[in-house]
Design a protein around this ligand. Structure first.
Ligand code: ADP
Length: 549
């Protein structure tokens, strides 16, 4: 028997309609490329989104068309999120940090019809334009006054496009399975793969992320995503803020500028921030050097790569609680979040902090499991490592235009994340590695993340990565690569000794090497691939590999 409930579709545009109705005066504040802070309300955003929807229609956009963006976190990008979803077109957010050949690949693969871009990316786009046959026009995100001279074919000014349009748009009742966003994963091997989000997946993800033991967005909050809107929907914050009535603060091109971030936090009253560890290390260094505080902020959602305990402590010292989170482009992205269970409250502080450092527990909507090499499920005992698989309504089912050619899904519909994890008896998952980064010493696995977390708590270590190096006796052994803080001397032996008692003896790195600059991927993570290339001819120091004896 069918239930007698309405079958209203779950649509992204309805989030903005809801904000316009219920929170019309709540603000969106943006740092702009032109300079200065722009502010307006959800009601203003709603009206301009209607104009943009009309403009897309005037350009000839049809359901399913891809609209590329090369843009920072700002109000115009926000309008593009909603106008595309509302018109049944698909926003393809592009990471401007990709190499030119990768940019060309993703734009052509997505067959974007238009590219909306910041003035600061015009020069780069001019070089790409001859290689982008599907692009019919370039829309520059500025007003007439800031419109640059450009050789881009069919260059249009965003504000001019909007100026002539009506503030009303009758958004169609789309099927909730309609695609609304496209984001390519960086693809450390092979070409980037496109993850195609649906209205339904995004709305469910947004609803789930608001729960008290997830991110807990509320009317009282001021949310600042320092994770880019060009990568995995800024972890859903541009959807969740209007859904739950939170003020949204968008740092524009100033994502790596500690001074601006601190000013935004204090002047706009930011209570929740979201970002990867590298961004926060930059902010904390700035605050420590220049003084001041982060008073309004009470929690920082950190994910994208493991948050070192040392960074959590820095935040704690400023009264900010770090909430560790895990996810990936393929999971829209939230998969697990770390909020303490009530029974932890009576534990010694150190134990509680150890739980905080884990990656997080599941929340409704994402099922997870860990499996061994034979795909047999492993117990949740906090000890056994296994390949992490997930399943849920906001987990990708396939990649764009790959038609099942990737082997990421098994027959039961579980998605292989490519991560290795433990899950403990409390349901707290901990990522120990990516499958391809795990160090296999004598057939046993060593967690590179755990080694790195210990290294960055050593005085003078600015950044650390541990990588597997070939070893005659053990197959692979961990090499620790360190970038030192400026002007600091580190004794390699003392750093190795620092591991004593912190991990099993056989986990301790055999050698330390210093490096001037640690290579990063386009999403700001340490590129282990490049590091391994850098050390491809590495010879272990005398005494550490029998080959040399
Ligand atoms: P990429 O950066 O490779 O394009 P994603 O942004 O989708 O892809 O990154 C997802 C990956 O980031 C995860 O599979 C995992 O390896 C890593 N990751 C995300 N959050 C965490 C975390 N809290 N701890 C450790 N690793 C994480």
């Amino acid at each position: 028997m069918k239930g007698l409930m309405m079958e209203r579709q779950l649509l992204v545009i309805d989030i903005l309609k809801h904000a316009n109705r219920n929170f019309p005066n709540v603000e969106i504040v943006s740092e702009t490329v032109e300079g200065g802070r722009h502010r307006y309300t959800y009601s203003d955003a709603y009206r301009r989104t209607a104009k943009l929807s009309n403009a897309l229609q005037r350009l000839g956009a049809k359901t399913g068309d891809r609209v590329g963006t090369l843009a920072w976190n700002g109000y115009r990008h926000f309008e593009l999120y909603y106008a595309t979803a509302g018109t049944g077109t698909v926003i393809h957010t592009i990471n401007p940090r990709l190499f030119p050949e990768q940019l060309i690949y993703v734009i052509n693969h997505a067959e974007d019809r238009w590219l909306f871009l910041e003035t600061s990316f015009v020069e780069a786009a001019e070089k790409l334009a001859p290689h982008l046959p599907t692009i019919e026009g370039f829309v520059i995100l500025c007003d007439r006054e800031h419109m640059p001279e450009t050789s881009l074919p069919n260059a249009m000014c965003y504000e001019d496009l909007l100026a002539i349009e009506e503030e009303e748009y009758s958004w169609a009742e789309l099927d909730e399975k309609t695609a609304c966003g496209l984001c390519y994963t960086s693809g450390t091997t092979g070409n980037p793969k496109g993850v195609l989000y649906s209205n339904r997946g995004v709305v469910l993800h947004t609803m789930a992320s608001g729960a008290p033991d997830a991110i807990h967005y509320s009317l009282q909050d001021v949310v600042m995503p320092v994770v880019p809107m060009f990568h995995v929907n800024a972890w859903g914050s541009p959807h969740a803020s209007p859904m739950f009535g939170a003020k949204l603060v968008l740092p524009g091109p100033k994502m790596l500028d500690g001074k601006t971030l601190q000013a935004l936090i204090n002047e706009e009253g930011v209570t929740i921030s979201l970002g990867v560890p590298t961004i926060w290390t930059a902010l904390m260094n700035y605050v420590k050097e220049n003084g001041g505080d982060l008073k309004p902020m009470n929690r920082s959602i950190i994910g994208g790569s493991a948050c070192p305990p040392a960074l959590m402590k820095s935040f704690r010292d400023y009264g900010v609680r770090v909430r560790h989170a895990w996810g990936m482009s393929e999971t829209t992205p939230l998969g697990v979040l770390n909020t303490p269970k009530p029974e932890f409250a009576s534990w010694p502080l150190e134990e509680q902090q150890r739980m905080d450092e884990k990656t997080g527990h599941g929340f409704f909507g994402i099922e997870m499991k860990i499996v061994d090499g034979d795909d047999t499920e492993l117990p949740w005992d906090g000890v056994q490592f296994g390949a992490l698989k997930v399943r849920g309504p906001w987990v990708c089912n396939d990649y764009f235009k790959l038609d099942g050619a990737s082997d990421a899904h098994d027959a039961d519909g579980w998605f292989s994340t490519g991560d290795v994890a433990t899950i403990d008896e409390y349901g707290f998952m901990q990522i120990t590695d990516r499958t391809k980064d795990v160090i296999k010493s004598g057939g046993e696995w060593i967690s590179s993340i755990e080694l790195e977390n210990i290294a960055v708590s050593y005085p003078g270590v600015a950044e650390a990565a541990s990588i597997a190096m070939e070893h005659t006796k053990w197959g692979e052994r961990p090499l620790l690569v360190v970038r030192k803080s400026e002007g600091v001397a580190i004794d390699k032996r003392a750093l190795i000794d620092f591991y004593q008692g912190k991990v099993a003896n056989w986990w301790i790195p055999d050698a330390v090497e210093f490096i001037e600059e640690v290579p990063h991927t386009a999403t700001g993570k340490v590129s282990k691939l490049k590091l391994r290339e850098h050390f491809s001819n590495y010879e272990w120091p005398a005494g550490t590999d029998p080959k040399r004896e």
